[in-house]
Design a protein around this ligand. Structure first.
Ligand code: SF4
Length: 402
């Protein structure tokens, strides 16, 4: 039987790390306070890295830390100390894109090195080169198809990781400077302002004066990647790790993508085939998290205009997490930490760690003193009726009605 690929989820903060691990991610990736490409996201303090790695390892999951910014000499000077801390924390690998950083990692630590997608590894010779440099795994550029990835895996034997889900860059493997030029923020050192998502006007008057027109368009914004239907092809290509983008997204996103891709990988691994009913169920779940329209990008054939999301940046979001299960007392009640308002009479959904979503009619809400609550307040603890099949720390959500 083929080895199942790893499900690798984004961990934007400690809570998202725990949610991803509990919902089935084999591994998570996170950023420290420096050296990554998401300086606008929350990122982890060193104490949080320690706690996150301990939690993940306790549950059998791995932790990778990104060091994938394109760094200048003054940044490099600070890396050895950080590497020492990562080794003490027992992180499982670092994700690197710059040769200077790779050299520094090798000189100052024994940490496993994964090559970031930013390095644009697209072919067999490049993968061989990186393998010779001591890289254990390559995260392939997003321009690579599954057929090409299969060849790279077969001819180099290096571990291969590919993106299977999440936001995409229209620029080549994210090597983009639109944000630098338009906003003064360096995309390749963690400052991307998502300039590709803005609307732009095209003025054709200089080309043909009789055709003076300005068109407002979002022609650089890519749809989101979704590869749920392609799991059999990822197995067939021998891909080692299926990566989901999205460190800046919500705990709901981290939980849903970890659960859905875990179930899909396990199903195919166990059954050896796919099942239409299951695919519909997984796709339905992937449409409940915030997303743009979905595309398979370049996994089968090169991305083209059909991959452009020509709309104002307004991710579709139909569901909101309203609470996290803190305690479940069978046949009596569930204790919920409230994240957003809900009301008696609402129907809530609970995302279990395994299996179909559970639904609960909220016939009552009471506070810790047993008093009725008419509208919940974020940060409080409330009791709701017991919902069969739910567990501690499950996410509770509510459909957003417009
Ligand atoms: S501006 Fe858009 S294309 Fe450029 S790096 Fe940022 S997200 Fe990617």
């Amino acid at each position: 039987m083929r080895t199942a690929p790893e499900v690798l989820a984004p961990a934007g903060n400690l809570e998202k790390l725990k949610v991803a691990v509990l919902y089935g991610a084999d591994a998570v990736y996170l950023g420290g306070q420096k050296f990554g490409l998401r300086m606008a996201s929350e990122n982890f303090s060193y104490d949080e890295i320690l706690e996150g790695v301990a939690f993940a390892h306790e549950h059998g999951s791995k932790v990778f830390v990104v060091l994938n910014g394109f760094l200048h000499d003054k940044d490099l000077d600070e890396i050895p100390e950080f590497l020492e801390l990562l080794e003490v924390a027992k992180v499982d690998a670092v994700i690197v894109s710059d040769l200077g950083v790779i050299s520094t990692v090798k000189k100052h630590s024994n940490l496993e090195i994964h090559l970031s997608t930013q390095a644009s590894c697209l072919n067999v010779e490049a993968a061989k080169f990186w393998k010779d440099q001591g890289v254990k795994r390559v995260v392939l550029g997003r321009e690579v198809s599954l057929t090409e990835a299969k060849k790279i895996k077969k001819e180099t034997g290096i571990e291969v990781e590919m993106f299977i889900h999440g936001s995409m860059c229209m620029a080549y493997s994210g090597n983009c400077v639109i944000s630098n030029y338009t906003q003064g923020r360096d995309s390749n050192r963690g400052g991307c302002a998502h300039s590709c998502r803005f609307g732009y006007e095209m003025d054709f008057s200089s080309v043909d004066e009789s055709k003076i027109q300005k068109i407002q368009s979002y022609f650089m914004s890519s749809k989101d990647l979704e590869g749920i239907r392609l799991i059999p092809e990822f197995f067939e290509a021998g891909i080692d790790s299926l990566k989901v983008e999205g460190r800046m997204k919500s705990p709901h996103y981290a939980g849903t993508i970890s659960k859905v891709y875990r179930e899909a990988v396990d199903f195919f691994h166990l059954e050896g085939h796919y099942n239409t009913e299951k695919i519909f169920e997984w796709e339905k779940e992937l449409r409940k998290i915030s997303h743009r329209d979905y595309t398979s990008a370049s996994l089968i054939s090169p991305a083209d205009e059909s991959s452009i999301y020509d709309e104002r940046e307004n991710e579709i979001k139909d569901y909101q997490v309203v609470g996290v299960m803190q305690e479940v007392v069978q046949n009596e009640f569930c204790l919920v930490e409230v994240r957003a308002a809900f009301f008696p009479g609402d129907t809530l959904e609970v995302l279990p760690y395994k299996g179909s979503v559970k639904t609960g009619d909220i016939s009552f809400i009471s506070d810790m003193l047993g008093r009725n609550v008419e509208k919940t307040k974020p940060g409080t603890l409330v009791k709701i009726p017991w919902i069969e099949g739910v567990d501690k720390l499950n996410l509770i959500r509510r459909k957003i009605t417009s």
